[in-house]
Design a protein around this ligand. Structure first.
Ligand code: PSV
Ligand code: MN
Ligand code: MN
Length: 427
């Protein structure tokens, strides 16, 4: 199904007056502080987040999945779902595919369908953390790090195949996340596994098209619990530097030990021009993959504050970042959940754009710690929702996306079309 502009306009109509009143107040408040509201609206409108094809069904990883009904059964339906998210939010303009879960049988037709929904294809993701039917070698003991040259060759070839598939869709980047590691001390040589991973990544990089980028994720544990080969941002950065200028570190918010200062990692990577992208989610304990902004919204704001600073002071020529949501769980309607995540990202970005960077630099120079905190929290505590809403409305989206989703009966229509007992592919 596809949402038409007229449907959204009619749904928005009764709420416009209320929105206008709150937007007027905020606009005047921002303008009295010397902020350029037109530029802010444009910056917000430009922030487009990729939706991963594996987050559109009710998730739950290795535990129970409880179908919502109407979940997408194939790539065409996944594209339609992202199209719905984009029509409502105007901030989900691309889709990120996982191969082999989402192999397009007819790439030209898939591209055409995506264009109808105003979507492009973001990074493609390889999968060497699961064995596939008919595959000669097993990844039980790793892929790019494996002892056996045959397993490594198979994993390298898979990544190159993912790139080739991505090319047929117009993707320009590949994200590599490896489950490779050891669950027990002594299981493998820590140094040997890292060396082999470096060699394998370099082999993929060598055959990657010149206009492509490689993003290397890191994660401290899970599914391996003693050691992960690419455990932290430093290892990822080292591997990216070992590959070349088009390889970057990708920060997934859930891939840190509790209380890690992620904004500092962002600052460090941007100083080196090596931050490739982000996987947004939220967590309390580990790689919980919860809705963005549901647990630690202040951390998200501080991260965006570093990103805004980094983009404005881009001395190392960090390229524009690839943004993606990497969240999924088994309680909420997955589309409502993604709408909440999209909103949380734009809110944190808007708050960060409000930070008075000059005043902050001045307070820092004077060692006025109290004032520095006041400046940050003044921005964080501003209710920017009317600004975010206005940007979305000007772009033709819904003033209140979740309300619109419910009032338009979207899930009910999807259930009617696709059935009640559906389980989408994914983690
Ligand atoms: C596993 O931790 C993971 O969540 C990684 O973050 C990847 O990006 C994602 O799965 C898809 O492979
Ligand atoms: Mn991720
Ligand atoms: Mn993860």
């Amino acid at each position: 199904m596809k949402l038409e502009a007229t449907q959204l306009a009619a749904q928005n109509a009764p709420y416009l007056d209320t929105h206008d009143r709150s937007w007027d107040i905020l606009r005047q408040q921002m303008e009295s502080k010397g902020l350029n509201t037109k530029a802010l609206l444009q910056q917000l409108s430009d922030l487009q987040i990729a939706i991963p094809s594996w987050a559109l069904g009710a998730g739950g990883t290795r535990f129970g999945r409880f179908s919502f009904g109407g979940e997408p059964a194939n790539l065409e339906q996944k594209i339609a779902d992202v199209g719905l998210l984009h029509a409502l939010s105007r901030s989900a303009g691309s889709i990120s595919l996982h191969i082999p879960w989402d192999i397009p049988e007819d790439p030209a037709a898939i591209r055409e369908l995506a264009a109808i929904h105003e979507l492009t294809f973001d990074a493609v993701n390889s999968n060497t953390f699961q064995d596939q039917p008919g595959q000669a070698q097993s990844y039980k003991f790793g892929s790019l790090c494996h002892h056996s040259a045959e397993v490594r060759a198979q994993a390298i070839e898979h990544n190159l195949e993912v790139i080739r598939i991505g090319q047929t869709l117009g993707s320009k980047s590949i994200t590599v996340w490896l489950a490779d590691g050891a669950s027990f001390p002594g299981q493998h040589s820590l140094r040997g596994a890292l060396q082999r991973t470096q060699d394998s990544l370099q082999a993929i990089y060598r055959d990657m098209p010149e206009d492509w980028r490689m993003f290397i994720e890191y994660k401290p544990y899970e599914p391996n619990f003693y050691s992960t080969v690419i455990a932290d941002w430093g290892t990822s950065l080292m591997l990216a530097e070992g590959c070349g200028p088009n390889a970057y570190t990708l920060v997934d918010l859930g891939h840190h030990l509790p209380n890690t200062n992620i904004e500092q990692i962002v600052a460090t990577l941007m100083m080196k021009g090596k931050l490739g992208g982000f996987h947004f989610n939220d967590s309390k304990y580990g790689d919980d993959d919860l809705t963005v902004g549901s647990i630690k919204p202040y951390q998200l704001f501080l991260i965006f504050n570093e990103l805004v600073y980094g983009m404005a002071n881009n001395t190392a020529n960090n390229p524009p970042l690839a943004w993606m949501i990497d969240a999924s769980h088994n309680l909420k309607d997955p589309l409502e959940d993604l709408l909440q995540s999209l909103e949380a990202i734009r809110i944190a970005y808007a708050q960060a754009l409000l930070v008075d960077q000059e005043a902050l630099a001045d307070a820092q120079a004077r060692q006025d710690v109290t004032e520095a905190q006041e400046i940050l929290q003044d921005a964080f505590r501003t209710d920017v929702r009317p600004l975010v809403r206005e940007a979305r409305w000007q772009d033709g989206g819904a003033l209140y996306p979740i309300q619109a989703y419910r009032e338009l009966g979207i899930r009910e229509q999807l259930i009617e079309q696709r059935g009640m007992h559906t389980i989408a592919t994914g983690l």
